[in-house]
Write a protein that binds this ligand. Sequence first.
Ligand code: G3H
Ligand code: ZN
Length: 283
Amino acid sequence: MLVTSAEILSDAQKNKYAVGAFNVENMDMILAVMKAAEETKSPIIMETSTGTLKYAGPEVYFAMIKAVAEHSSIPVACHLDHGNTFGIAIRAFKAGYTSIMIDGSKLSFGENISLTKSVVEVCHAGGIPVEAELGRVGGKEDDLDNTHETNPFTDPEEAVEFVSRTNCDFLAIAIGTAHGVYKGIPQINFDVLNKIHNALSIPLVLHGTSGVPDDQVIQAVSMGMCKVNYATDLRIAFTNGIKAYMQEKPEGFDPKKYCAYGIEEVRKYVVDRMRVIGSCNKA
Ligand code: G3H
Ligand code: ZN
């Protein structure tokens, strides 16, 4: 069933587990994530980034996610990931998305507040929660390139002011993770996480989780992370499945057959992530 992310994340916060927010790029990945959620009885957030929405619009993704969600009793939220303008956030909201992220983290503190506030006002009027971001998660998320940033951590005092002035529902914080494939082993700054968790009462969001060692993810969840985002590893899993099919059957030409391999790889990866973040049997 299609629900808002607020419904999903308030239960996660109350019961101290995290929900996976999985980036989907096409129908096949949507089917794979849904299969994993059914199998593990996990609530889920399916999300599309601003870059993905250039491939197909939010209306297309929303229709597909809604269709699979409504054929299931699992709570599913359809989330805009890293919306970077008022326009794209409102387009996704109008398309029916049940959760919106506005990412003004590249702007100044004041500009981030005004952009976030403007999106919150519209979305809240329609009963839709908003995730915002403060601090800079490094790396490259589709077209949003933060590779040249010094990756500063979110300041706990600024976080308190930001949340009270914007009224956002969830906050993505920079604590040492980065988007994309890591060159070394990432190290989450648990001290910053602890300070922010103690200072705020809203659910916190971890970005750039592909490639973060399981023990760090588990610790972050135990310290208040409620939404954990995975994108890169799903893309890799889907592509690896198709490559494996093509190696086995180089003469293959039926998308249903090679995409089935991609679906299976994504399903296995997502089931594994759900076990790590503790969302199994919470639906
Ligand atoms: O917003 C999406 C996530 O932060 C994904 O990061 O590609 O490193 O898994 P990732
Ligand atoms: Zn992200």
